[in-house]
Design a protein around this ligand. Structure first.
Ligand code: C2E
Ligand code: MG
Ligand code: MG
Ligand code: MG
Length: 280
């Protein structure tokens, strides 16, 4: 016991740790205010087919901090998850995506665009998650067929029964599901085949070293052929080079997301990108 306390005391007075702690408390305080202060902006990253046509976009949240500038989601999403702030933030992202979908309906150039929204485990685990989504859909009038939710392997495996039921209920509404960062978790493949998924996203870590890395090439090929055999769409994430895209195309992956096509960008830029892609 005394030993444990000793260790805690030591840790507490470690100046580096203290700075990290202050930093975290500061960031957390600011994060609590960010929603009300209108500091979040949804960015859109195109998902394109072989001809470069935009099929959809992933919504990626950006936080414009008054002093720190743009804070990366890699930094604030884990904090939002740990504090529970991800619940109101996630709700806001979903609402904004659904409002955007509804906004585009009737616009020849944009009404086909599907929006993919990332959903954290903590959001999805809420007992009334399905009702929340239904509510947002009816409030905004968005076509559920244009909405796709991105889940990760770990959250799906966390609560097999609950996940399955919620996914089924949302699928009934017409919503699609993508499994994000596929290949990085520890999926039970048998179990995966039972989920009402429509898309697998090959994690960028397997794309990065294509086509040179033999191991990554094998992983990518395996994911693609598995997806195809299961009748799922497959999207490659983090495509930065022609060589990566060509390898993927040769191996029958025909939808791509990555800097080669577009970075995540604000709404106006995304709309311009869509318009330009139709002119090719
Ligand atoms: P993710 O869902 O796997 O999103 C893909 C990430 O890869 C994004 O990072 C995107 O900007 C980045 N990316 C796309 N193409 C390329 C490329 O060609 N090269 C490289 N190097 N990176 C590329 P971002 O925007 O920093 O987001 C990081 C993560 O934060 C996301 O990973 C997602 O897990 C989470 N996130 C972002 N927005 C939201 C949100 O609204 N809600 C939740 N729950 N999580 C979010
Ligand atoms: Mg994602
Ligand atoms: Mg991903
Ligand atoms: Mg992710």
């Amino acid at each position: 016991k005394a030993k444990d306390e000793g260790r805690n005391v030591l840790r507490f007075f470690d100046p580096a740790m203290q700075t990290t702690l202050d930093e975290r408390i500061g960031l957390e305080r600011d994060l609590r205010l960010a929603l009300d202060l209108g500091q979040f902006t949804p960015f859109y990253q195109a998902q394109v087919d072989r001809e470069g046509r935009v099929l959809g976009a992933e919504v990626l949240l950006r936080w414009q901090h008054p002093e720190r500038g743009m804070v990366s989601p890699a930094e604030f999403i884990p904090l939002a998850e740990a504090t529970g702030l991800i619940l109101p933030i996630g709700q806001w992202v979903l609402e904004s995506a659904c409002r955007q979908i509804d906004h585009w309906s009737g616009n020849d150039r944009l009404q086909h665009v599907r929006l993919a929204v990332n959903v954290s485990a903590r959001e999805f685990r809420q007992p009334d998650f399905v009702d929340q989504v239904k509510h947002v859909l009816s409030e905004t009038g968005a076509d559920p067929a244009r909405l796709r939710l991105e889940l990760t392997e770990s959250m799906v495996l966390e609560d097999v029964g609950g996940t399955f039921e919620k996914m089924e209920a949302l699928k009934q509404l017409g919503i699609g599901f993508a499994l994000d960062d596929f290949g990085t978790g520890h999926s039970s493949l048998a179990y995966l085949t039972r989920l009402p998924l429509d898309t697998l996203k090959i994690d960028s870590s397997f794309v990065f070293n294509l086509p040179d890395s033999h191991n990554d090439a094998v992983v990518a090929q395996t994911i693609i052929s598995m997806a195809r055999s299961l009748g799922l769409n497959v999207i490659a994430e983090g495509v930065e080079t022609e060589a990566q895209r060509d390898f993927l195309a040769l191996n029958h992956c025909h939808v791509y997301q990555g800097y080669l096509f577009s970075r995540p960008v604000p709404l106006e830029d995304f709309e311009k990108f869509c318009a330009a892609s139709l002119e090719n």
